[in-house]
Design a protein around this ligand. Structure first.
Ligand code: FMN
Ligand code: FES
Length: 600
């Protein structure tokens, strides 16, 4: 592992997609060049890691052994950082993280709430190893579970251990993993397949990508253990084409595992033959649905089919197939290594272990968090997420991806687990968590998700294809100020029909955003329909911009910024907006420093 090398310090720079898009590779090169320039290359080593979770602050880096956390690094501030920190021994405060509403930076990563309040199991190696070096994974006890499972456990013992751990599938439905393995193991036939589902099509979700980018071997090791438990000889990782870095790291990891005799024929001399190939996704949300995914691997159009038969009985090319999500696989080595009892001591009565969430939206600390099941939404949004920026009020949190639900502030103390989320009309899904503030219109949110699902419906079954489109049309009408009293009832009736009659879970869960917002934010629908008013001032047809003549100082900022030339007025005189020309883009509101622009 990097920290144990002979260098006196290691600077672990994040090379996750978020940080890479903020030029972390350039920062890395600049660091290496600068360290060489000052003659410290024998003492200070630059190491790239996978996503460290705090993506909003990227590029980020952690200096070990002191554990100092640096954020928002640029090529320009590298010389100062190297000189101060590594030559003079003075950590650079201005590159450290300062929590919202505090003045002093927090130097150590372990003292930053975003990190200290998490519990890492699936992400146990994030930021600690170079994901492209198998030796670093092995140095952190990697492949120990596989060695144990392959040399000293029977397939049944492995399945029983996973069953006893209480692990449930992290891909959405939360089906008990050990039970699912048992179905596939019990299916007759010598040829069985394993699949790792890394399609991750939910907007805003990046849990699976980050696991693969930061620790690809944890997934491979889980699959090797699963191969023995189920009797599979071939595995596939079905991964989004849009994840080039994750694909690249996976390819390297598979190559290294083969070189080390951990994949291929007679693994570790135990007689187990198992290999893994990569299959790139076809780019549609429905590809993540297991029967579509299998069709896609087989080279057919990715449309779902009726179950039963379930994949465990009739899967890829008609053979028994076991499909699990990336995070599910990444949990397996720890369960085998530390035991079912340890794992099941974490979490709630029926939801064991931890869950990884990608926290995005109107929250100060966007990023990837892993917390024990049972952690409250409030802890995630406020303690770890740092709360709502710009002094705005929290409104809702959406869990479960596009077919999830919106949870209001009155339920912020809800402990998150599969059952509790279902009780309030949402789902765990695969771990997308979108925070919304008071400027979010909940009717518009429903419209957005239904638009996404309408576009992603494969079109094979009528309830999903036409029903979701019909619901979307109604929502568009309500947002446009053309809603009628019957709309709410029609939305509810359509929801029931679509839920009950759709071919796959895409359609069956598509009404969730509407049902949950109707349940918790019905007053917003009523305001749109009965008062032709959008309380959050989002729906353009229902709002109008004007300028408060008392407050306007005539600074001309709005006049100069308006892209539609809808604002007129003389310098130092109150301005006004022509409602006919105004496109309600909101630029005037954002640019006015007097608070003179009024939205009503
Ligand atoms: C429309 C749709 C999309 C899905 N997308 C994914 C996905 O991206 N990743 C995933 O693991 N499961 C996804 N699922 C769930 C899979 O069908 C399947 O249940 C899951 O991969 C099983 O793994 P698990 O038991 O480990 O959760 C999706 C389901 C539906 C209906
Ligand atoms: S990509 Fe660097 S913290 Fe996520």
């Amino acid at each position: 592992m990097a920290e144990t090398t002979s260098h006196r310090a290691n600077i672990m720079i994040c090379a996750g997609t978020g940080c890479v898009s903020n030029r972390s590779f350039e920062v890395k090169q600049a660091l290496e060049a600068e360290i060489k320039k000052v003659g410290l290359e024998e003492e200070v080593k630059v190491v790239t890691t996978g996503c460290q979770g705090f993506c909003a602050q990227g590029p980020i880096a952690i200096v070990h052994p002191d554990g100092i956390f640096y954020q928002l690094l640029t090529v320009e501030n590298v010389p100062h950082l190297v000189e101060e920190h590594f030559l003079k021994g003075r950590p650079v405060e201005k590159l450290m993280y300062t929590p919202p509403e505090e003045e002093r930076p927090v130097p150590a990563l372990s003292d930053i709430d975003f990190f200290s309040k998490q519990r890492l199991i699936a992400l146990r190696n994030r930021g600690l190893i170079d994901p492209e070096q198998i030796d670093e994974y092995i140095a952190r006890d990697g492949y120990r579970a596989a060695a144990r499972a392959l040399t000293s456990m029977t397939p049944e013992e492995i399945r029983e251990e996973v069953k006893a751990s209480g692990l449930r599938g992290r891909g959405g439905a939360g089906f008990p993993t050990g039970v699912k393995w048992g179905f596939c193991a019990a299916s007759p036939g010598d040829t069985k397949y394993l699949v790792c589902n890394a399609d991750e099509g939910d907007p805003g979700a990046f849990m699976d990508r980050s696991i693969i980018e930061s620790d690809p071997h944890s997934v491979l090791e889980g699959m090797i253990v699963g191969a023995k438990a189920i009797g599979a000889t071939q595995g596939f990782v079905y991964i989004r084409e849009e994840y080039p870095l994750a694909v690249d790291r996976l390819i390297k990891a598979i190559g290294h595992a083969r070189d080390y005799g951990l994949l291929g024929q007679d693994i570790l001399g135990t007689g187990l033959d198992f290999d893994i190939d990569i299959c790139r996704g076809s780019g549609a949300f429905v590809c993540g649905e297991e029967t579509s995914l299998m069709a896609s691997i087989e080279g057919r159009p990715p449309t779902p089919r009726v179950r039963p038969p379930f994949p465990a009985v009739e899967g890829l090319w008609g053979k028994p197939t076991n499909i699990n999500n990336v995070e599910t696989w990444a949990n397996i080595p720890v369960i085998i290594d530390r035991g079912a009892e340890w794992f099941s001591s974490i979490g709630t009565e029926r939801s064991k272990g931890t869950k990884v969430f990608s926290v995005v939206g109107k929250v100060a600390n966007c990023g990837l968090v892993e917390v024990p099941m049972g952690t409250s939404l409030r802890e995630i949004v406020f303690d770890i997420g740092g709360g709502i920026p710009d002094g705005k009020r929290f409104k809702a949190v959406q869990t479960g991806g596009p077919s999830g639900g919106c949870i209001p502030d009155s339920l912020l103390d809800l402990p998150i687990d599969y059952e509790k989320l279902a009780e309030v009309g949402s789902i765990m899904g695969s771990g997308g968590l979108i925070v919304m503030d008071e400027t979010t219109c909940m009717v518009d949110v429903s419209r957005y998700f239904l638009e996404f699902l309408r576009g992603e419906s494969c079109g094979k079954c009528t309830p999903c294809r036409d029903g979701v489109a019909a619901m979307h049309d109604i929502l568009v009408g309500i947002c446009a100020g053309k809603g009628s009293q019957e709309d709410i009832q029609i939305l509810q009736d359509l929801s029931e029909a679509i839920r009950d009659a759709s071919l796959c879970a895409l359609g069956a869960t598509a009404p969730n955003p509407v049902l949950s917002t109707l349940r918790h934010f019905r007053d917003e629908y009523e305001a749109h329909i009965e008062e032709r008013r959008c309380p959050a001032h989002v729906c353009k047809a229902l709002i109008a911009f004007s300028i408060d003549q008392e407050k306007c100082s005539g600074c001309t900022l709005c006049f100069r910024n308006c892209p539609s030339s809808a604002i007129s007025g003389e310098r130092k005189q109150p301005h006004s907006i022509d409602p006919e020309t105004c496109t309600k883009c909101g630029v005037c509101l954002d640019s006015c420093r007097q608070g003179a622009v009024v939205v009503a």
